[in-house]
Ligand binder design. Sequence first.
Ligand SMILES: NC(=O)c1ccc[n+]([C@@H]2O[C@H](COP(=O)([O-])OP(=O)(O)OC[C@H]3O[C@@H](n4cnc5c(N)ncnc54)[C@H](O)[C@@H]3O)[C@@H](O)[C@H]2O)c1
Length: 370
Amino acid sequence: MIIGVPREIKQDENRVALVPSGVEALVADGHTVLVQRQAGAGSGFAEDTYVAAGATVVAEAAAVWEQAEMIMKVKEPIEPEWPMMCAGQVIFTYFHFAASEALTRAVVDSGAVAVAYETVQLPSGELPLLTPMSEVAGRMAVQEGAKYLEAVSGGLGVLLGGVPGVMPANVLILGGGVVGTNAAKMAAGLGANVTLLDLSLDRLRYLSDVMPANVTLLHSNRHTILEELARAQLVIGAVLLPGAKAPKLVRREDLAVMTEGSVIVDVAVDQGGCVETARPTTHEAPTYVVDGVIHYAVANMPSGVPRTSTLALTNATCPYARRLAGRGWRTACREDSALFQGLNIIEGAVVYPGVAEAFSMELVDPNELV
Ligand SMILES: NC(=O)c1ccc[n+]([C@@H]2O[C@H](COP(=O)([O-])OP(=O)(O)OC[C@H]3O[C@@H](n4cnc5c(N)ncnc54)[C@H](O)[C@@H]3O)[C@@H](O)[C@H]2O)c1
């Protein structure tokens, strides 16, 4: 099969869908891999490393799209890419269709087969191609929080871990899933006093077995949230209600109990945020202040550390890409229920319930088409 990797053109997107080791694996499987010039540059992968791995470097995106039977990307195709999508072509990337009717209709009209990273789902319910980005964002949340607590950033001037003789900072984490657990590990490792809140007692029991002693695990409720907000210098929002907007656990009036110069990092901002005063920001202008509290709410945190994010993402996507390329999408999806769940649009038909519902479009049973 011919596999194409165009350079990402969405603003601020520095990741790439395939690293040289992935090219090497696909070429060893007998495939041809076309990589657009400079595709890996934003993640620190030079063109000659792709060539050494067996890729063919192509100058123009149009040539990649035209020749490839499967396109691998990171972000959803954006408008300039829509005319290049081809009928029958497999596109394997993050789509987040429910967020854009125009994108959904463009992919339907193209006749392409859209396999969405975000809906590839294991029988356990885990989303293996979203997990690595949550790991990155959770770890990064602590790094960013620590930075904005510094006086030069307008923060309290507090070191997360303190020093012998001086109290460490209190870090409050709302939600103990992938983001929250990774944030807790990082903050605890730096020596902070960490409090993590979750609704699930089973999750809290599990975390109590694996977290170090400086992480306190509490059941999430309004009373505890207010009590802990008053003590925290850094608050990290990491809740998720699958398929729904994040619940507003911190209201505007609650900021009054927080110390001026403390920091909120709302990682859940991509689902609307779990802090009422959080609104999406960018890497260029990541923070703003409300009632003396610094808010960091970058909606695409992983693209701030593209090298790590690219490696983490491709470690997870590459085995699925090899299956899609090796078996063909129909057989691969029949044989692998996780990949089957990734099917969102098949040659003009919407086959993923959430996408059809979002735009009142006809839902076709994927079993009829696979
Ligand atoms: N900003 C970014 O760049 C970025 C990157 C990755 C993930 N995210 C977002 O981060 C959020 C968390 O992702 P995740 O992978 O950790 O999800 P997850 O499903 O692994 O964890 C969510 C946790 O929230 C808990 N929860 C739900 N309601 C709660 C409540 N009222 N109080 C306390 N806990 C509650 C759940 O029990 C669960 O443990 C999501 O919105 C995700 O989209 C953002």
